[in-house]
Design a protein around this ligand. Structure first.
Ligand code: 8X3
Length: 255
């Protein structure tokens, strides 16, 4: 069994993906960094290739052909080494009551959070099986465990991620591939800026009056999951800021 780790991370240009790439590099895990923004990918590569081998692949996870052609174009030695998949790419678009929300926003979330995760996983899993070891970490959300107001379809996509993680864990069992779902609550990243389409005020309000999680906190949980002894499989991690108790319950201080 190959004990050296090589990880493919989606959404590696920012937020949780980028922080995960960083902590992996600190622990000697070689990296296949994937994202849409080529310049950003190069920037992360430059920063991390001082410590580990890094290769970049630029594609949109929701574009099936682009996903398969990029992953299948990996050099043979990278394909043979690949044993970790971090499905991180995903976003929320809008926070509106179902009756007011746009179908375009629904499509965008289904495309990145569900179709994207499926495309990348289907392209990578054959290599994990071939390499007889592997671990998939799917970044879910508290929205995968609860449904909250104005979040119907975002919550639906993350519920899908939860179901896919469970299904993968069952079906990949004979292949010795571990599957972990990580479900964060409020994490301060570009997430809210994307959800609110660049409305800085609305984005800031999400994190007002309490200390949110930061991307590094989630990266830490991802690294914990992938660094357990071989016989240990972390199925689920749900993590909140100290000031959060559910998808919607926050203890905010006003000053
Ligand atoms: C992001 C966290 O609480 O906005 O997935 O659903 S939340």
């Amino acid at each position: 069994m190959n004990t050296h780790k090589t990880a493919l991370i989606t959404g590696a240009t920012s937020g949780i993906g980028r922080a995960t790439a960083k902590i992996f590099a600190e622990h000697g895990i070689d990296l296949i960094l994937c994202g849409r923004r080529t310049e950003k990918l190069e920037e992360v590569k430059k920063e991390l290739e001082k410590s580990v081998k890094v290769i970049t692949l630029s594609f949109d996870v929701s574009n099936r052909e682009a996903v398969f052609s990029a992953i299948n174009s990996l050099p043979e030695e990278w394909k043979r080494a690949l044993n970790l998949l971090i499905n991180n790419a995903g976003n929320a678009h809008g926070l509106d009551p179902f009756q007011d929300a746009s179908l375009d926003d629904f499509d965008a979330m289904i495309d990145s959070n569900v179709r994207g995760l499926l495309n990348v996983s289907k392209a990578v899993v054959p290599f994990l099986i071939e390499n007889t070891s592997g671990h998939i970490v799917n970044i879910s959300s508290i929205a995968g465990k609860e449904t909250y107001a104005k979040g119907s379809v975002y919550c639906a996509t993350k519920h899908a991620v939860e179901a896919i993680s469970k299904g993968m864990r069952i079906d990949l069992l004979p292949h010795g591939i571990k599957v972990t779902g990580i479900a964060p609550g409020a994490v301060e990243t570009e997430f809210s800026m994307v959800r609110f389409k660049g409305d800085q005020q609305r984005a800031n309000a999400v994190y007002q009056g309490f200390k949110p999680l930061v991307a590094e906190d989630i990266a830490d949980a991802v690294y914990y999951a992938v660094s357990r002894p071989d016989h240990v499989q972390i199925a689920d991690i749900t993590l909140f800021p100290k000031a959060q108790a559910s998808g919607t319950l926050f203890e905010r201080k006003t000053d």
